[in-house]
Design a protein around this ligand. Sequence first.
Ligand code: NAD
Ligand code: 89V
Length: 343
Amino acid sequence: MTELKGALIGCGFFSINQMHAWNDVEGARIVAICDRDPARLKVVGDQFGIDRRYSDAEALFADGGFDFVDIATTVESHRALVEMAARHKVPAICQKPFAKTLSDAKIMVETCRNAGVALMVHENFRWQTPIQAVRKALEAGAIGTPFWGRFSFRSGYDVFSGQPYLAEGERFIIEDLGIHALDIARYILGDVSAVTARTTRVNPKIKGEDVATILLDHKNGATSVVDVSYATKLSTEPFPETLVELDGSKGTIRLTQGYGLKVTNAQGTTTTNVSPKLLPWASRPWHNIQESVYAIQQHWVDQLKRGMEHSTSGADNLRTFALVEGAYESAAKGQTIDVGAML
Ligand code: NAD
Ligand code: 89V
C-alpha cells in the first residue's frame, strides 16, 4: 500500500497529539511542518524528527511534495489555509471550530468542492470509544427507537492552562466544547430542525460564556438536551468525559462517568466497560480524546485512499456548525432558531 505524505500546519498545544497519532496511523506520515512561531516549529520538529520546516504556509505549499495537509492552527487562520490548500489542489483536514462564521464555513466547503479536493473537519469526539459503543448499541436495536437524549459535559477542569486563548474570546464554551457535544448529538440522534439555548458566565476571569443548556428538536421527532459547563465542581472530576442518556421505545442506554455503558431492556440490564485505550504516548485524563485523534486520522487516510466521503466531511460539519451559530443566536434573542433556514 502506498504511503501518503502529509504536511502539518500549526505546531501548538494540540498538534503534539496529532503528530503522535500520525506516527501510529497506517498508510501515512508527516514529511513537513509549518508554524509562524520559530520556537514551536523547533519543539515539534525536534521531537518528531521532521527536517522540512516552514514559517510560512505559502512557502510550504509552493515547495509541495505532500498528498494532504493537516491544519492544526486556531480558528482565525482556518479559512485562509483551507482556501490555500484548495488552490494548490491538496486535500485538507481542518481542526474544529471549522470557521469563525457559518457563512465562512459554507464558502470553505464550496471552494474545496469546486477544486475537487477532499475536506475533513477534525471533529474527533464522535470517534471516542465510548461514543462509538453507544452508537453500536443503538444500531443493534438494544433500546428500540430513541425518543429522548442527553449529552452532558460538566466539569471544573482548568482548561485555560493548556489553551489560554479560550479565556479571551467573546464566545467560549459552545464554540469550543459544546461543538463536540452537539456533533455527538447529531451522530447519535440524527439531524436537527430547531435549537433553543440559554447561556451564562460563572468564571469572572474569562470573557465568554462557560455554561450552556441547549434543547434540540431532531428531525426524527426525538428531543435532546446538550448541557456543557466548565463551572461545575464535582467530587470526582469527569474531564473530558461526555455522558450520554438515551431513552427508547424498548429500553434505555446510560454512558456513565468512568466509562460504564448500561443498557436496560426487556432482557434486563447489562453493564460494559467501554474505557478508551491508553495509547503508549497518551496520558490520563486526556487519553479518551487522544485515542479519538488516532481514530479520526486513520479514518482520513482510509477514506482518502478509497475516494470516499469522510464521516466529518466539511459538508457534514456545516450541520454541526449551524447548531453552534443557532445556539448563540437563540441565547441572544431568547427565541427558538430554525436550523433548516440556516443551511
Ligand atoms: P495553539 O495556539 O497552542 O497552537 C496553534 C499554533 O498555530 C501556534 O503555534 C501558532 O503559532 C500556529 N499558527 C497560527 N496561525 C498560523 C498560520 N497562519 N501559519 C502557521 N502557523 C500558525 O492552539 P491549540 O490549542 O493547539 O489549538 C489548535 C486548534 O485545535 C484549535 O482550533 C482548537 O480548537 C483545536 N483543538 C481541538 C481539540 C480536539 O479535541 N479536537 C483539542 C484541543 C484543541
Ligand atoms: O476540543 C477542544 O478544543 C478542547 C477541549 C476538549 C479541552 O475542550 O478545548
